[in-house]
Design a protein. Structure first.
Length: 405
């Protein structure tokens, strides 16, 4: 008897919940019809109207990603496979044993709000993840506003051509990719049916200056970075051309000497969809005093060296990235990429164990049984050669599960 009563109670609760959902949905639909607001918008899938805010719509997105790593050679970073973290001969951790590492730091959340003002599209976008340097603290990735063709705030630099990257499971997917994220003012405009133009003024947050003599002063931006790009797209082909110019500056303070040198870059990239199952991509860069703009060299003071005389000597940098994607069928795919970067004109004063050149290859197999869920495994092999000529190689396996929303 007691079981029957519990069953009836559960039935009434479920029926009441369904009735309430139906009633609320009906009231929202009536309100939308009355105010002329559509609950769904095919141009902004997954969004909903912000009631009382006119034609403003919002969407919450992101993904949950869990990674399981087995590192064969003891690279120093347990969460991303970077050239600069591969131990080389002569370092204390060279020849270390492997380890496992499980983490969910790449999990990402974003908020996308859009509207139109006098037929001009307006967007506010914010995104963060938990890939902080230490621990799992939430950090900001993007925070920008778009008004027509203008972008204001922090996002990918004008010359970061993400479309030249295949899908890589490792977070450091594009070791030879030029770019990153910066705070900027950018303008983009279609100038022809097949051409788009973009220009930006960006904050150069990292001077990337090595100071081996420990001279007084600090690297400090006096001027912003200026960049131009042209993007060509036709059918299944997309090509990117870009260049930037900036100033590296050392402020010596009251007891030191000020020094400056130009920073220059030229970037070419592209992506070609060969057929329904195959695509290829590439990204090439040459720069003077801009090694820090190559993802593999970030944080290694790869732009210039401050000599004992207080002069800035810029280093030349090169990077190359090639990628290939193959879809075995609707649910299975593989991606392959190889990235290589190197520095030249290196002053003798540079740290002998600083990264001079290196390459990393990735190959993976990804299974997507459901629209929002995927899993896969990836093999990585990399090497770095330091300024003193010493070499280190490393291997890593990474398994992941990912839910997009």
């Amino acid at each position: 008897m007691k079981t029957i009563q519990l069953f009836i109670l559960a039935f009434l609760l479920v029926a009441g919940d369904l009735f309430a959902q139906g009633f609320i949905s009906e009231q929202i639909t009536k309100k939308n019809d009355k105010e002329g607001i559509a609950l769904e918008d095919s141009t902004f899938i997954g969004s909903w109207p912000m009631f009382g805010k006119g034609n403003v719509r919002m969407k919450i997105g992101g993904y949950m990603k869990n990674d399981f790593v087995y590192d064969v050679n003891g690279t120093r970073d347990k969460t991303q496979f970077l050239m600069s973290t591969i131990p080389v001969q002569g370092e204390a951790d060279y020849g270390s044993t492997g380890y496992v590492s499980f983490f969910s730091k790449e999990t990402r959340l974003n908020l996308d709000v859009r509207s139109k003002v006098n037929n001009t599209p307006v967007q506010m976008f914010f995104e963060g993840d938990f890939f902080s340097t230490t621990g799992n603290q939430f950090r900001m990735r993007h925070a920008y506003i778009k008004v027509g063709g203008f972008t204001f705030g922090q996002t990918w630099t004008n010359l970061t051509f993400l479309e030249t990257l295949p899908f890589i499971i490792d977070f450091a997917a594009g070791d030879a990719l030029f770019g990153g994220r910066s705070n900027q003012i950018r303008y983009e405009k279609d100038i022809h049916k097949n051409w788009m133009f973009g220009a930006s003024i960006e904050y150069l947050s990292n001077m990337g200056i090595e100071n081996p003599e420990a001279l007084n002063g600090i690297g400090q931006a006096q001027l912003p970075l200026f960049s131009l790009k042209f993007v060509y797209h036709k059918n299944d082909t997309k090509l990117f051309f870009g260049s930037s110019i900036a100033q590296l500056h050392w402020t010596g303070g009251p007891e030191g000497k000020d020094a400056s040198t130009p920073q220059l870059d030229v970037i070419v990239g592209g992506r070609k969809q060969i057929d329904r199952k195959n695509s290829v991509s590439f990204n090439l860069n040459y720069g003077i005093g801009s090694g820090e703009n190559i993802l593999a060299f970030i944080g290694s003071n790869a732009n210039a060296v401050l000599t004992q005389e207080g002069e800035l000597v810029a280093m030349k940098s090169f990077s190359a990235l090639v990628g290939y994607t193959h879809h075995w069928n609707e649910k299975w795919s593989s991606n392959l990429s190889y990235a290589y970067g190197w520095l030249s004109d290196i002053p003798d004063a540079r740290d002998p164990f600083a990264l001079r050149k290196g390459g990393i290859g990735h190959v993976n197999l990804v299974w997507q049984p459901l629209k929002y869920f995927s899993t896969g495994i990836e093999y990585m092999r990399g090497s770095q050669r330091t300024v003193n000529g010493n070499l280190g190689t490393a291997n890593r396996f990474q398994f992941m599960t990912k839910f997009d929303f």
